[in-house]
Ligand binder design. Structure first.
Ligand code: ADP
Ligand code: TRP
Length: 331
């Protein structure tokens, strides 16, 4: 069975983009692979959360992982900081990670722009920690959305470099994975690119959003004055709404609004009402389970402890072998 590793940073509730790009694939993969899924709380420190928020965000993420259908009996579910072996591998990999290549990473360049007063070393070495997360379990596949492609490329670079420096074939080179399909990017409601909680929270539909909130957000989504000529290409903001319908609506519904757009009779208010109801139907079962799990601390504790034990066992073995390869040998 192939090893699979993936994680999501706990920086607030998970949204439809996180679900479609990552979480949904975690759920599908747990049946066929040996999966390790974690909550990347070390990574979230790059934005300096306060301790209460950090703990709350980790709990929300855990609840949402489980509500989306992750089964702790099938996959290993753990919290990154429960496996400090990850931090040791990160330290070791950092010795062979170069400033030039780290500075060129797109997500780092974006962060410099977003948080100019907090350009910390953790941001710069973010891809090194991510590589440590993945190769500490010698993963072959990593289910992530399109925005993580470059980080995966870096992971392969660090794994290959370690193998080359020490003349071993120790770490496999992992690949981003989406069941043979193109990696996914779910658009937001603000007319722009991707749905994102860190870039623009207003653009996101969260799995934990109540129906009323979903209706309000979708009714406020960016549109324009409507098509003026037959069969014109769809402007980005409108295409985004159609892309969201692709996820949650029936093919007939999409065909109906597509035809209405092409013959210029479309009313965006109607499209939004339909999209909101379809979105509510799509997220309802997850929301239901979120409500149940939130108050079940005993169960959550059991899940986290079991996951920690399994993840630590796997990580310790890697660290033992890596130390030996590097030359930290006992006397
Ligand atoms: P955000 O951009 O909201 O901060 P993260 O960067 O924490 O989201 O992403 C967590 C996971 O969800 C990653 O695997 C990422 O690829 C996926 N993901 C995030 N946003 C989207 C999106 N809009 N479409 C597809 N996948 C996404
Ligand atoms: N960088 C990922 C994100 O922002 C989160 C992450 C951290 C991750 N470590 C990972 C994803 C290891 C996959 C594998 O979404």
């Amino acid at each position: 069975m192939e090893r699979v590793v993936s994680g999501i940073r706990p920086t607030g509730n998970l949204h439809l983009g996180n679900y479609m790009g990552a979480l949904r694939n975690f759920v599908k993969m747990q049946h066929e692979h040996d999966c390790f899924f974690f909550i990347a709380d070390y990574h979230s420190l790059t934005t300096h959360p306060n301790p209460t928020d950090l703990h709350g965000n980790v709990k929300d993420a855990l609840v949402e992982y489980l509500a989306a259908g992750l089964d702790p009996e099938k996959a290993t579910l753990y919290i990154q900081s429960d496996v400090p072996e990850t931090a040791e591998l990160y330290l070791l990999l950092n010795m062979n990670a170069y400033l030039g290549e780290l500075e060129r990473v797109t997500s780092f360049k974006d962060k410099i722009r977003q948080q100019p007063d907090n350009i910390n070393a953790g941001l710069l070495t973010y891809p090194v920690l991510m590589a440590a997360d993945i190769i500490i379990h010698k993963a072959a596949k990593v289910p992530v959305g399109k925005d993580q492609e470059q980080h995966l490329e870096m992971t392969r670079t660090f794994a290959r470099r370690f193998n080359r420096i020490y003349g071993v074939e120790y770490f496999p080179e992992p690949e981003a994975f989406n069941f043979g399909q193109e990696l996914i990017r779910i658009p937001g409601l603000d007319g722009g690119g991707k749905m994102s909680k860190s870039d623009n929270p207003g653009s996101a539909i969260f799995l934990a959003d109540e129906p009323e909130v979903i209706r309000k957000k979708i009714m406020r989504a960016v549109t324009d004055e409507g098509p003026k000529t037959l069969n014109q290409p769809k402007p980005q903001a409108i295409q985004n709404l159609f892309d969201l319908m692709q996820v949650v609506s029936e093919p007939d519904t999409i065909a109906h609004f597509d035809a209405a757009f092409n013959n210029c009779t479309i009313r965006y208010g109607d499209l939004k009402k339909q999209l909101a109801e379809d979105m509510i139907r799509f997220t309802a079962p997850i929301l239901e389970r979120i409500r149940e799990l939130r108050s079940n601390d005993t169960y959550l504790r059991k899940v986290v402890h079991t996951g920690r034990d399994k993840a630590v066992t796997s990580a310790r073995q890697t660290i033992r072998e890596v130390r030996e390869i590097i030359g930290f040998r006992g006397f």
